[in-house]
Design a protein around this ligand. Sequence first.
Ligand code: GCV
Length: 691
Amino acid sequence: MTSVQLMMRYVLTVVGLALAFLLRAEDGHRLWLRMERNAAPAEVRVAGPAKKTVTLAIAREELADFWKGEERLVLSVSDDAPGRDGFRIRRRGQEIQLSSASDIGVLYAAYALLRRQQTGQLLSDGQTVEESPSYDLRILNHWDNPDGTVERGYAGRSIWKWDELPGKLSPLYREYARANASVGINATVLNNVNAKAEMLSGDMLRKVMAIAATLRPYGIRVFLSVNFATPKLLGGLPTADPLDAEVRKWWTGKVEEIYRLIPDFGGFLVKANSEGTPGPQDYGRTHADGANMLADVLAPHGGVVMWRAFVYQPSNSDRACQAYEEFVPLDGCFRDNVIVQVKNGPIDFQPREPFSPLFGAMPHTQIMPEFQITQEYLGQSIHTVFLATMWKDCLDADTYYDGGATVAAVTQHKVSEKSLSAMAGVSNIGDTVNWTGNDMAQANWYAFGRLCWNSHYTARQIAEEFLQQTFTDDERFVAPMCQLLLRSWNVAVDYMMPMGLHHIFAFSHHYGPEPWCNLEGMRPDWLPPYYHQADSAGLGFDRTRSGSDAVSQYHEPLATIYNDVHTCPEEYLLWFHHVPWDFVMSDGLTMWENLCYTYYRGAEEAARFTDLWREMRPYVDAERYAAMLKRFERQSKDAVWWRDACAQYFARFSARPIPADCTKPVHLLQDLMEFHLDIDNYTAADMEKLP
Ligand code: GCV
């Protein structure tokens, strides 16, 4: 570096430091709701008869506190305004009217107006905006346990403080409700799908009641995950058989008890006969028998059953095929208040999966998508991976049902007679001060809500408005960071599992690579070699018609497109095919060369993320800047770890060298294979232990 360059770097650093000092320190707790409170309240009036609800009072207060415009605001609940949580905002001269058929719709309108203020999209005179949500139920799934731990949680402990409830209400509950309402989320499942029977004890239900009361004014209904064997485990019955009269009676009594405490209780989420959980199959019954029994008990109270389709057994059948095989024969057998909850891909929230073939395969059943906001398989709370891009990829995918219908259209019942629609996201929230561990991971909570509200929003639009509200509206920050967020999913896929590779993670905690992991005595479908199938001939899982035939679960023309190695989209190549190492891809390079180059490209791009973040220093407060820098640095090291592990490990099978123009690996394969990360609940200190 020349002395001029050194001087420039020094000057830039000093300027950066001075600017960062001037920016108020922030801990990320305010999320995207960083409006400054007015010194004097804005003029807000509630019109019409429904003046008194707490929800309307909140809407009024939010606007009085934070609306900066000159206009008077008039809120009203009226029958001629949009229903189903929708709203209308109309500007007439110096008055802005916010109306809806419900008070919660008015609250959503208030947050929409404040968002417009924050993102510079003010209404012109005469302009009217109308919105209504894409999905009826916009629901977070917490995998929080009664002991305060969070399964796949990377942001501290659970925000639900069961020990203190119902006597003490943490201020977090109200803040959580407000943040969710601000993006239109209207339901939450408080506890883990791997549910403990004790969740339904009288004591716990009184605690749930206290949370429900805090969330209610913000339009959020509470649901619980239930253990299917609760009548046995808690009720002392000899069986949990859904067709047993005593079992049904037990559930009826329990549900009545719940509704006495929580009149607007949402219903149950059930993980049954999946990964060892109990379920109706334990008694020779079907998923429909189990779901319908609970649905019948909940129906008189207006409750709903969300029954998960995440099922697979250690059988000879391809894991990717099993949910479809079990559920499609049950199409049309579920009650109207049952929704079958389907993970976006056929395996398990992998970095990239094709959409689950169940979307578009059960036209007589309400189906809802389940996405994972918490980044179990995407670098947890260390890596920055903006998931709206991935979720859009799924929602916009054409299932080819009935000649053509996207996953969004199918699940919003645009092409069937069904009515109740829902979308679930597995929460990334914990009690750490910035809620999600990684400040940028707040974008995924935000994006989930925004996409439930309107599945047509683009990932770019969501990224921009998140950045503007959560950090700054300075274009010098928003434009490059938006680019980074939009690239981040593809980059992570490139350095972890390109071209359709999947599930080659370290065992159990799923942080970091272990494509070699082959623990003796373990279920094969929990081990990476089951998925990558590397051998001297090639790489990838043969799901073609001559393999596991998973391709046939898709409607034509997809089945044929996926089945042919020459037409299969290259991002899914190794998902559907066992591909020879020398197979020539569309860029003229072999599969092996492409694999190596993609790993290297991913690692290079991850390193550039860190450089870019350094350039963002003048625009970000010191605290969040430093916390994110640490994470970006770790992410780029992890990308090299992934690259070196996978390229060198697969080279053992390909018997081909890593292309000469790729730099030398930083790590020796042997060292990486001997490294074992021991993490249960990730803390920042664990970052120091990684390769
Ligand atoms: C809640 C994967 C995760 C589990 C999770 C399960 C599920 O297997 O690793 O932690 O359990 O999915 O979605 O039920």
